[in-house]
Write a protein that binds this ligand. Structure first.
Ligand code: GLP
Length: 235
């Protein structure tokens, strides 16, 4: 893993942007994208840049079950507001949170991914070490599916909702197997509440209990941290 530690998340985002810019120049066409507060500074830099994505495909990692794409809490809405409105892509894809047949929806999404192999995957990390919504205990061998969120994730994400009761209990998520198929993975983590997960991801054993630790097995991962997120690293 190429671990890069910066004073601020804005500086980290600038560097991550340069990596994306170079990947694009080298031919990357399909971008796996993440939501949450962590990638916001990166999307700020992309929005303000001249980089053109009209030849590119965006595939989002996950979406809450039960939320319509027009719901301000949905990840579809987040992406539109934080990136796609200002920076149009040729195609954007995200699981349909309102799908009634979850098996058909996960199959549909996996087919889209199979037709658009991901060149660059942007990731955040949950305080419990999840990537996408692949919670601790998830097999490394899964593709897209409907996930039950853990109480820890519901608690971590309630800050985006009016109350904890409003946080959806399930989400569609790309699987770990899918994430690992990307050529390049850029994971960002900022703040002290990510320090434990970051330590497990980088210095801990590869274990399903810390889903992000599987990234140790991928040969092209760049991890962007601020000092707080890096504070428990020993090496
Ligand atoms: C959410 C998302 C993840 C994200 C993580 C961290 O649950 N499913 O993709 O990386 O939690 O969110 P944040 O960046 O807001 O801390």
């Amino acid at each position: 893993m190429d671990v890069r530690i910066f004073d601020t998340k804005e500086q980290a985002a600038q560097d991550a942007f340069k990596v994306i810019e170079k990947a694009k120049k080298d031919g990357a066409k399909t971008f796996g994208l993440a939501t949450g507060s962590t990638p916001e500074p990166l999307y700020d830099v992309i929005r303000e840049s001249d980089l053109d994505f009209t030849d590119s495909v965006a595939l989002n990692l996950d979406e809450y079950a039960g939320l319509d794409s027009s719901d301000p809490q949905s990840y579809a809405y987040f992406m539109k507001k934080n990136l796609f409105d200002a920076k149009p892509f040729k195609e954007t894809h995200i699981p349909n949170g309102l799908a009634e047949d979850s098996d058909a929806e996960t199959k549909r999404y996996d087919e889209i991914i199979a037709n658009n192999p991901i060149d660059v995957q942007v990731l955040g990390i949950g305080p419990n070490g999840h990537i996408g919504f692949n919670e601790p205990g998830t097999s490394f061998d899964v593709t897209t599916r409907l996930v039950d969120l853990t109480p820890e994730t519901i608690d971590a994400n309630k800050r985006f909702f009016d109350s904890e009761e409003e946080v959806p209990r399930q989400a569609f998520s790309m699987g770990i197997k899918t994430i690992l198929q990307s050529d390049l993975i850029i994971l960002l983590a900022f703040g002290a509440n990510k320090a434990k997960a970051v330590k497990g991801m980088i210095e801990g054993p590869v274990t399903e209990e810390v889903p992000a630790s599987v990234l140790q097995q991928h040969d092209n991962v760049i991890v962007y941290l601020d000092a707080d997120a890096a504070s428990q690293l020993e090496k």
